[in-house]
Design a protein around this ligand. Structure first.
Ligand code: FAD
Length: 317
């Protein structure tokens, strides 16, 4: 069964989490160290995010700007394969539009299909830190919906070059991103729902939400989606606050609000250790309420560290 099928039939709330590939120079052991403490909670899947390399522009004396790559992360495809074969679990690589041509995407998908990895999370990709807006590659996709369409074509055996020999049909199941508090670039929630429905109509099987700290935002979002005719499973994404400056960083980076009570608790913390504990306690309460509402799964953003996620999982699963 693929993830979407499991989410459709599960009677209990399931557990999943996502990892960031380590920066270049790290190794696979750092990934295993994040995963090992979470294995006893039977994750239905482990996601591996994708990040385009970071480029800065160096100005020369003659005024010309030279692009220089300053930060790279090793390939999501390779990490996904290592996890799949070590833990015998479903692994979900994130596939992004940013930084890739359609052909490069097709090549990555061929590799994933070959490796027996059939679940994907498809997103557009973040705007790079030093750029103001998302700019696709000259022959790349502008929006996640276009990438979903490319994958659905491959599921029908249709590749970019129709003359391609041995072009067998793939069997990818696709999740996409949803935003209970609206995507930062969207003029309003209705417009976001319209584009979310387009992704589902194009073939996405389920939705994973952006993090939120007030469950009401998630419940309202699910209701709005259902009213809009979006009927696929909607998995809540949770990230515990883990350092004091999350109080300003998370709202700015992810276009979300922190409830007053949580913000006050973080403000009172002496240090990051205290803030991490507040984050764990808040996430436990959020998780308990979501489980009581029978959500199909809880998906945790680990950001590469799992001690806090372990404490939460231990308290609720
Ligand atoms: P889209 O669906 O393309 O939407 C982006 C914006 O455009 C929205 O405002 C939407 O309303 C609008 N829009 C959509 N379609 C159209 C259209 N056809 N015409 C006009 N407007 C349109 N980022 C990474 O770089 N790597 C990751 O691994 C990663 N994983 C993520 C996982 C989850 C669960 C989530 C919630 C986010 C993740 N992100 C990741 C961040 C994501 O890439 C950003 O939020 C990005 O800005 C938007 O991605 P999207 O897939 O929602 O884009």
């Amino acid at each position: 069964m693929n993830i979407a099928e499991i989410l459709q039939v599960t009677k209990n709330t399931l557990f999943s989490f996502e990892l960031l590939p380590p920066l270049k120079g790290g190794n696979i052991e750092t990934i295993y160290k994040t995963i090992d403490p979470l294995i006893e909670f039977n994750p239905i899947n482990i996601n591996v995010t994708y990040h385009r390399q970071e480029v800065i522009y160096k100005k020369h004396d003659n005024g010309l700007l030279e692009p220089r790559t300053v930060r790279k992360r090793p390939g999501t495809v390779a990490i996904s394969a290592a996890i799949k074969y070590k833990y015998k679990l479903r692994v979900v690589p994130h596939i992004i539009c940013g930084g890739f041509t359609k052909e490069e995407t097709e090549n990555a998908l061929i590799d994933l299909h070959f490796l027996g990895i059939h679940n994907l999370l498809v997103v557009r990709g973040d705007v790079p830190k030093n750029e103001k807006e998302f700019v696709p590659e000259p022959d790349g996709h502008v929006h996640a919906v276009d990438l979903v369409k490319q994958i659905m074509k491959m599921n029908k055996g249709k590749y970019i070059d129709e003359e391609l020999l041995h072009s067998m049909a793939t069997s990818f199941s696709v999740g996409v991103a949803g935003y209970p508090e609206k995507h930062s670039e969207s003029p309003n929630l209705e417009s976001d729902l319209y584009h979310l429905k387009q992704k589902v109509d194009a073939g996405a099987d389920y939705i994973v939400t952006q993090m939120f700290f007030d469950n009401k935002k998630y419940f309202d979002f699910v209701k709005s989606c259902r009213n809009y005719g979006i009927n696929v499973p909607i998995v809540p994404g949770l990230k515990p606050v883990s350092v004091k400056n999350h109080i300003t960083l998370l709202p700015k980076t992810f276009n979300i609000d922190l409830p007053q009570e949580l913000a006050m608790e973080i403000r009172k913390c002496k240090d990051n250790k205290d803030a991490r504990q507040v984050g764990v306690e808040w996430a436990i309460e959020q998780s308990k309420e979501l489980i009581a509402a029978n959500v199909p799964a809880l998906h945790f953003y680990t950001m590469g560290k799992s001690d806090n996620i372990r404490s939460i999982a231990k308290a609720v699963f």
